[in-house]
Design a protein around this ligand. Sequence first.
Ligand code: FAD
Ligand code: DHB
Length: 389
Amino acid sequence: MRTQVVIVGGGPSGLLLGQLLHRKGIETIILERKTRDYVLGRIRAGILETGLVDMMREAGVSDRMDKECFIHHGTCISYENEMFDINFQELIGQNVIVYGQTEVTRDLYDARDACGGRTLFEVEDVEIRDAETDSPHVTFTIDGSAKRIDCDFVAGCDGFHGVSRKTIPDTVRKDYEKVFPFGWLGVLSETPPVHDELVYANSARGFALCSMRNEHLSRYYVQCDLDDDVFEWSDDRFWDELKRRLPESVADKLVTGPSIEKSIAPLRSFVCEPMRWGRLFLCGDAAHIVPPTGAKGLNTAASDVHYLFKGLVQYYQDNDTNGIDRYSERALARIWKAERFSWATTNMLHRFPDQSEFDLKMQRAEIESLHYNETAQKWFAQNYVGLPY
Ligand code: FAD
Ligand code: DHB
């Protein structure tokens, strides 16, 4: 087989890149290790920045999003019984939308089907070869038979556990990592959201987050121990713990019900540099991870896709390599700022096992600065709605 760009990974990064390139007449083949149902069954991000929303429009996949999304003009932060709102619209004239990653992915798969784009599911043993030359190729097995695709470029969109990042030799690649000493237990429930905006809660019992997908579907998280087993968390235990971490005015309104999904995710900050090796480009979780506080994971994946898409179009349309040559530098400049925001927000809102009384006072002072200082709120708002591309 031959194509212009092989995309390894059929998550949101790979699908969005494939759709944008297709609209410019650039051919791709997507290789996905799992089934489509498996990819669509993963409950992940829920908040989209304007940059990602604009790219969904540019990719021609925004009809359902525009109809079904909820616009959020701000977000709430609580500490014990205090709660305040950071109003992005008033502070900086921008907002975010609530539209789940599952829906983004579904819309992108539907669009790919409609335009006849090729996606191969359940591929195994993917290997990226000769990426440092002008004629890379990708080998894999599917239904037990070995295959090879020759291509101009490879986009490594295969997430944190994929093969793409590991293809870059250790002598070239440097990984930066911080692992946090706790996880998030997330619950999806068919109950109305407790509040019309998200609530990020700092409490003596640990962090909690109230989010949503629509008016009948809520998404909640509580900070948990890394070695907690999800089966030890009955629905009753989860609701009870969540309530104890929220201000009374919010907890009193909480509508509980059976969970329809429950999972634990570890929290880490991770960046791999560079994000390009020869004709291999890393995008999204393949290159970097943020702790989820601040909802940057999916949105940073989208900004990578933006820079890579622009670079590839410049290459194919104008025979100009400037965009792909500067891809890693441009993507990383934005990534590190999103890493800093996610790390700072995680530090501000969680309880750490080794936190001293002094550390707690510092954390409290930081939250109060955000509560009462408009400049601090503007910084938060600019980062939350997403830095410009
Ligand atoms: P992925 O979504 O990971 O997609 C990569 C794809 O590549 C997958 O479909 C995988 O099956 C495939 N793949 C992997 N290896 C191979 C291979 N060898 N060959 C072929 N295919 C391969 N972000 C937020 O903003 N908010 C959240 O609440 C949030 N919650 C999260 C919860 C969890 C458990 C995780 C893991 C992430 C969460 N994130 C969240 C982060 C966000 O979901 C990711 O940033 C986003 O999915 C990145 O998209 P991606 O396409 O780069 O990677
Ligand atoms: C969601 C997840 C986040 O990490 C976040 O900061 C906001 C919302 C969510 O899943 O809805």
